[in-house]
Design a protein. Structure first.
Lengths: 289, 232, 345
């Protein structure tokens, strides 16, 4: 059996998952919030894209140029108004609130959209592929998403390392009270991190919407994939997350090659193996959860 | 420059400081002394804005800052070096200093002049702050506060856990800070150390002022510190 | 009533510790009265109301056990539906395929779910907080995806529950109702006993301050595992009741994350970390369901919004408002200290 094909597809799929995981792990790293509605906001972005595409007759990428900043703004407002109040010693309030948001978003989409599967399209690029020697097919779009993931992760990495706001985001995850002593309002920084995470989720949502189909309840799966990528990769490491995402992608595609209906289960099982034997992920960093 | 009137603050139900009055002039220095738990750090935190005040007021440069959040006070020049240094462990020394640039205050102190003042910190500027020794961390913490060009510098127990030689080095720097017109309010458990840098002391005993002013002898200070009668 | 009288050297005062306070005496007696009424219900009202009460009992069991997990144990699980499903399928296998007695079948289902919870706990305890929550969700998905592979229990289409099919409809519903009522009382009793016990005291310590608890010698992990297993068994009972009452086990329905949504809503609105909370929460849920369930997605949106509002503004839930934050208890789980009036010199 030609395993090379599924492995490469899995690696590229990892790019998409890494886009999802980056925002989730950013929110967690800075605020210790696991946003249970994360996947649902990605789906929201996909639906918003659909609306813009149908109304303005542009392609999804153009729609994304408007949707990503809009989502970032939604994230900013959400953090300043609702999520900020849930920050504290216990993870319970933020989990309960984001779970509630998840239900609300899913059902709003159900009410105003439909339960049918939807798909975004870029035209022929969706299914185009490059054929390499050894009979390997590489989807053009998945390849583009993978490259995009690397570009975005690099940009995020640069932002964290070299800009003042990036430094403040890192500082705030160390010690929010002391950040305040430097003349910075920590709530602004939290909101900035959330805005970035939501912008990322919009990009990931639109990319997923083109690559696969979606419906109002697709968000749950996306959240789970992002989470699995983060855990396999190891908390606190951006590039580790990419590694984790690629491992998850490969687990899914190789699993599908053996048993076509078991793609997702294969991913879950590999995740559980990592959880059991390598709980700090491939990056092995021990981070307080 | 700083006027504190009848200041009280509490942690939950427990009143930690009650009815404190103190003031500092421009370029002046005041040492707050007292035993463990007397309320010295609480006083500083309340002035800095990390703890809300229960009663009383804080006036800084003529303005009432009692209701302002800590970051607003820092932007106005009330900068605290917190107890336990509280550097950002995952950032380098240089990055730690850079965070203070967000207070957007202009003045004599910038990254260059601060590195001049603390050559040891300059040498370690690319090291992760979590990997420094106690003395290096304390110097970095003070350096970070200076980058914000404070008008009032609050120093909370800078000598805690440090060797005497290092403490002396740190305290030797204070005159250079005062020379720029900055006032200093420092909390110090070691009374003799406090007296070396400041003529004026303010002694706290179980949250209240037990002694305040200049030129006391050790007997009077001990009595105020421990809450005993002065033996005459 | 347990009373401990001690002579202390301190000021020569003696004191008494009582487990029952006036409110808990009133509260527990009223519950006994309510129980008598509920037991007689099938003789008093129509069948469809009796049938819908079974639903209420199922939700109450789920809420009480989730509350032990999250409110007392600090473990926010979004994956209890794993045990609901396993409990339901176990009933099908044990009562239907193996032909065992219904009561035995329920007990065995609960035990099986509890046993299943043990290895699962070793996996998910490697995570904490929010990641723990998603971890439990993944586990429930793995269980679902595994169970639908087994053709003997119906695969993706699900299985029917036929063990009570030889009864008349009235008898079946009434019997199911009494079984459910019995189950609720048992689970409630178990929760009260657990909280009352030394283990429960340790748990309350964990709930209030986990670091202080562990440094005081509380074996935090062991207690948490116990609660996790208890909650798993409880959810299993609920699943068994679902099989009995709806006569059909559909994997997409029985493993649905919506169960978690409902149990979380009930506990949050009623009052997290209190025994009384879930009872009030179930009533509120009930009322909302009667009013809004026809509106589909809007109903769920309302639940979500109300839940969020309670988390943000009414942290203690309805019971928190009523009891003025913990000074009133309807169940005898607290300790009331009072000093005896005589002062010895």
């Amino acid at each position: 059996m030609n395993l090379l094909d599924p492995i490469i597809q899995g690696i590229l799929l990892g790019g998409l998952y890494a886009l999802f995981a980056a925002g989730l792990s950013l929110m967690f790293g800075v605020m210790r919030i696991v946003n249970l509605a994360y996947g649902d906001f990605a789906v929201l972005a996909s639906y918003a894209s659909l609306v813009v595409v149908n109304a303005a007759l542009v392609n999804p990428l153009v729609a994304l140029v408007f949707i990503a900043p809009a989502m970032a703004l939604i994230g900013y407002v959400l953090q300043r108004t609702i999520l900020q109040r849930t920050l504290g010693l216990s993870p319970l309030p933020s989990l309960l609130v984001t779970f509630g948001l998840s239900i609300i978003v899913q059902n709003l989409l159900l009410m105003f959209g439909s339960a049918d599967q939807q798909r975004l399209t870029l035209g022929d690029i969706d299914t185009a592929s490059i054929i390499l020697p050894l009979d390997i097919h590489i989807g053009v779009f998945p390849l583009a998403v993978f490259v995009l993931a690397i570009v975005i992760l690099s940009a995020l990495s640069w932002f964290m390392a070299s800009t003042q706001y990036g430094r403040l985001v890192r500082a705030v995850s160390d010690d929010p009270a002391t950040v305040e002593l430097q003349g910075v309002n920590p709530k602004q920084i939290f909101a900035l991190a959330t805005a970035i995470a939501f912008g990322l989720v919009a990009v990931a949502g639109v990319a997923a919407g083109i690559q696969t189909s979606f419906n109002p309840s697709s968000g749950s799966m996306l959240l789970i994939f992002a989470f699995e990528a983060v855990i396999i990769g190891g908390l606190g490491s951006l590039w580790g997350t990419l590694g984790g995402a690629m491992i998850l992608g490969v687990a899914q595609t190789v699993g599908a090659a053996f048993a076509p209906a078991q793609q997702i289960l294969a991913g879950h099982l590999v995740f559980l193996i990592f959880l059991a034997f390598l709980p700090n992920g491939i990056s092995r960093r021990k981070v307080r959860a | 420059m700083l006027q504190v009137k009848k200041l009280s603050a509490a942690y939950g139900q427990v009143t930690a400081i009650r009815e404190i009055d103190l003031s500092i002039d421009e370029g002046g220095i005041l040492a707050v002394i007292g035993a463990n738990g007397a309320g010295k750090s609480t006083l500083l935190k309340t002035i800095a804005g990390q703890l809300p005040l229960k009663t009383g007021s804080i006036h800084f440069e003529g303005q009432d800052i009692s209701a302002l959040p800590a970051f607003e006070r820092a932007r106005r020049g009330v900068v605290m070096v917190p107890e336990g240094r509280r550097l950002f462990a995952s950032l380098t020394v240089h990055e730690n200093l850079q965070t203070a640039l967000s207070s957007k205050r202009k003045g004599f102190w910038n990254l260059e002049t601060v590195y001049d003042l603390f050559p040891l910190v300059a040498e370690r500027k690319d090291r992760r702050a979590g990997n420094l020794s106690g003395g290096e961390q304390q110097a970095t913490a003070i350096a970070r506060a200076l980058v914000a060009n404070p008008r009032l510098l609050l120093l909370d127990e800078v000598s805690l856990g440090l060797a005497p030689a290092i403490i002396s080095e740190l305290y030797a720097i204070l005159p250079k800070i005062l020379a720029q017109g900055t006032s200093i309010l420092l909390v110090e458990q070691d009374v003799s150390q406090a007296l070396k840098v400041s003529d004026e002391v303010h002694c706290l005993l179980q949250g209240s002022t037990s002694l305040a002013g200049k030129n006391f002898d050790m007997a009077a200070i001990s009595a105020a510190y421990f809450g005993t009668e002065v033996k005459s | 009533m347990n009373q401990i009288q001690t002579q202390t050297p301190l000021a020569g005062q003696s004191f008494t510790i009582r487990r029952w306070a006036p409110t808990s005496i009133i509260g527990t007696s009223s519950f006994l009265a309510v129980f008598v009424v509920l037991a007689a219900l099938p003789y008093m009202v129509n069948l469809s109301l009796v049938y819908s009460m079974i639903d209420l009992f199922i939700l109450l069991i789920l809420a009480m056990t989730w509350n032990m997990l999250a409110g007392y144990g600090g473990m926010v699980s979004v994956g209890q539906q794993a045990f609901i499903g396993v409990g339901a399928y176990s009933m099908v296998v044990i009562a239907d395929h193996l032909g065992m007695n219904i009561f035995f079948a329920i007990a065995l289902s609960a035990v099986f779910c509890g046993l299943l919870a043990i290895p699962i706990s070793f996996l998910v305890f490697r995570l904490a907080g929010g990641y723990f929550a998603v971890g439990t969700w993944v586990i429930s998905e793995v269980v679902r995806l595994t169970v639908v592979q087994v053709p003997e229990i119906g695969g993706g289409a699900g299985a029917s529950f036929g063990a009570m099919s030889d009864m008349s409809k009235e008898l079946r519903i009434a019997t199911s109702y009494w079984i459910a009522l019995g189950a609720v009382v048992l689970v409630l009793l178990a929760c009260v006993l657990l909280i009352r016990s030394k283990g429960g005291l340790a748990l309350t310590a964990v709930r209030d301050d986990i670091t202080a608890a562990s440094t005081s010698g509380v074996m935090v992990t062991a207690i948490k595992r116990l609660v996790f297993v208890f909650a798993g068994a409880g959810a299993g009972i609920a699943g068994a009741l679902i099989a009995i009452s709806s006569l059909r086990v559909q994997p997409d329905s029985v493993f649905s994350v919506q169960w978690s949504a409902f149990m979380i809503f009930i506990v949050v609105v009623g009052g997290v970390g209190t025994l009384e909370g879930p009872i009030f929460g179930v009533l509120v849920f009930w009322i909302l369901k009667q009013l809004l369930a026809d509106y589909g997605p809007l109903y769920l949106i309302c639940l979500g919004a109300i839940g969020i509002a309670f988390v943000l503004f009414v942290r203690g839930g309805i019971w928190g408002l009523v009891s003025r934050k913990g000074r009133v208890e309807l169940f005898p789980v607290g300790y009331k200290y009072s000093s005896n009036s005589s002062i010895d010199n």
